[in-house]
Unconditional design. Structure first.
Length: 612
């Protein structure tokens, strides 16, 4: 009997160090369905986990008095096979969660208890032994990990499937009896070998990787996770828009795009988001502003420098960004004030707009500023060739008491933004019917009202408040609650999806900066995982999370459905997804099952193969 317990499980499982009595997290890898097959289209990233623990004799037992205590046992994990070079092994790290959920929950939570939760994905340095042969070194990634007694831990393995025209020759497997060249699906073996410190075999398994010889289509969905340049400058302690800051920004943007983000929040001026009235964020202003005294009139003259803005756009384009989301032109929750704007006045940088000024009162000067700035911005966007891919915001989350100020702000800027889509988080269908916002972004809780009203080019979003019934990505939630979003976005033909926190490393209302490795709930303001999807790793390198990877899986599900839609039509794909369900899929009613999700995606894949 092996001294180790090894289980190969799905990417939709979460492997906890310990169980929480009475919670779904009490399920251990021993209770999880084994993963035996990975399946995807060309260019897709497919993932699985290797869960492990030490169950042998106590390594410290019978140690002679005065002898050094032995270490916990080390395992060497090796991936080999035709796709080994495309495999990446990361360790799933557990992070502290003091705020897992609000008081009210539904049945789709793993746990509501504070503790350590699996989330962070950390790269492991490949290990090389002196005894390794050239063949060993060429076989694929190998890493060493410590197996702990009485603890489950896991490794996360990604396999980036090659494009269809680059598929390697497949080995004929006994189950298929066929070679890849005769089928629209290539079946390739992925070997997992695990040995102990002496080279003894602990585990040897082979997964089938089935690669459909067709490409994932380009993602049509516009997806933005709000990107905070100030949080990166604050966390790493670098000057805003210094060369080091630009290097860090590029790495975080590149990772966002790699995982499905298509649109980046662009700080024309310091974004007026999540800031306590009267408070102030670190200045991140791409537009250089110079204020000159007016002539005979009393109004000042404004000059604008787009040098930093141009560099931002060029950097984002190189990273693959397709759309640009201009930061909000007015403060959050009502559009009552301008954002913070600094300007050069007689050689000194001073704040010229902020909480002290009215958003729309001519006497405070902001309307005149916008009438000067927005036409120049429009001209510049056209010169850069991105005007058709640019979106604007007025104010985030206006409520009933803010309607008058929101409309006043809109009346000010709408004539200056003619032809540009203006999108705002706005969840009351009555506002849309009144023409308050032509491109509303309702939350999932109310999106059904907008679907029923046939709102064109509809978006949706979730944040901390979407904690009952609907999809979300808190650390305390099972991964299927994150991944179901892809099928729902497809069924309802959503044009876009918005989330507010790609890298928000502050407390609520920006009272202080945080270390997200230690405070996963923004200072216990939001359930852990709501405010960021990546961690700020060493050297300015982002570290990804389980939640980010599963969101990419959801977007890949959506893209696979789009491919099948081009073959058999939208409704036929929806019928296939809903096959066997008692009720249609909705944002509030969907199967609480990882297995159902995997089977639904398999049905989509099988239908693609059948129609190739």
């Amino acid at each position: 009997m092996s001294a180790f317990d090894i289980r190969i499980v799905s990417s939709l499982e979460k492997v906890f160090l310990r169980t929480f009595a009475g919670d779904a997290a009490a399920v251990t890898p021993a209770d999880m369905p084994p993963a035996r097959v990975l399946e995807g289209l060309g260019g897709e990233t497919v993932s699985f986990q290797i869960a492990y623990r030490y169950i042998g004799a106590d390594v410290r037992k019978d140690v002679p008095a005065g002898a050094a205590n032995p270490s916990n046992p080390v395992m060497r994990v090796t991936i080999s096979g035709p796709l080994a070079e495309r495999a990446r092994i990361r360790r799933v790290e557990n992070v502290p969660v003091t705020f897992p959920a609000y008081q009210q929950v539904d049945d789709a939570y793993l746990s509501t208890q504070p503790g350590l939760y699996p989330d962070l994905l950390r790269d492991i340095e490949p290990c090389v032994n002196a005894a390794d042969t050239a063949a060993d070194l060429a076989a694929g990634p190998a890493v060493e990990v410590i197996a702990m007694p009485r603890q489950w831990r896991s490794l996360w393995v990604d396999v980036e499937l090659p494009p269809a025209d680059e598929l390697p020759p497949a080995e004929a497997l006994p189950e298929t009896g066929d070679s890849a060249g005769k089928s629209p699906i290539h079946t390739l073996p992925l070997h997992i070998g695990i040995t102990d410190a002496r080279g003894g075999v602990i585990e040897s398994q082979t997964l089938e990787v089935r690669v459909i010889a067709s490409e994932l289509p380009e993602q049509k969905l516009v997806f933005t996770e709000w990107f905070y340049a100030d949080c990166l400058a604050d966390y790493y302690g670098v000057p805003v828009f210094s060369e080091e800051h630009w290097r860090i920004l590029k790495r975080f943007v590149r990772t966002a795009v790699r995982r499905g983000v298509t649109m980046i929040l662009t700080p024309l001026f310091t974004p007026p988001l999540d800031t306590l009235p009267g408070g102030e964020r670190t200045t991140t202003q791409l537009i250089g502003v110079t204020k000159l005294p007016g002539g005979e009139s009393t109004e000042p003259i404004w000059n604008f420098d787009f040098t930093l803005f141009d560099r931002w756009v060029a950097m984002c384009r190189r990273c693959g960004v397709r759309q640009f989301e201009m930061s909000h032109l007015f403060t959050q929750w009502g559009a009552a004030h301008p954002p913070k704007i600094v300007a050069n006045i007689d050689g000194e940088i001073r704040r010229v707009f902020g909480w002290e000024q009215s958003a729309t009162d001519e006497r405070d000067g902001y309307p005149a500023f916008l009438r000067s700035f927005l036409p120049k911005l429009d001209e510049h966007l056209h010169a850069l060739g991105i005007a058709q891919d640019t979106y604007f915001h007025i104010s985030d989350e206006p409520h009933a008491e803010h309607l008058e100020s929101y409309l006043a702000a809109k009346r000010l800027v709408a004539p200056l933004l003619e032809g540009y889509p203006i999108i705002d988080a706005l969840s009351d269908i009555a506002y849309w019917k009144q023409g308050v916002c032509e491109r509303p972004v309702p939350c999932e809780d109310t999106v059904d009202d907008f679907i029923d009203a046939n709102v064109p080019d509809l978006w949706t979003y979730y944040c901390c408040a979407q904690n009952i019934d609907v999809p979300n990505r808190f650390m305390s939630m099972p991964s299927y609650r994150n991944r179901i979003l892809g099928f729902l976005l497809f069924k309802y033909d959503m044009a876009g999806f918005l989330h507010w926190g790609y890298n928000f490393y502050n407390t609520a209302n920006l009272t202080r900066a945080i270390d997200p490795y230690q405070e996963t709930g923004a200072g216990d303001a939001f359930p852990a995982g709501d405010s960021f999807a990546v961690y700020p790793g060493r050297g300015g390198e982002p570290e990804e999370s389980i939640r980010l990877m599963v969101m990419q899986e959801a977007l890949d599900d959506l893209r696979a459905c789009r491919l099948l839609e081009s073959m058999i039509g939208h409704q036929s794909v929806v019928d296939l997804l809903e096959q066997g369900l008692e009720r249609p899929l909705t944002f509030r009613d969907w199967p609480h099952s990882a297995q159902w999700l995997l089977e639904a995606r398999h049905r989509v894949n099988a239908a693609i193969i059948a129609n190739m």
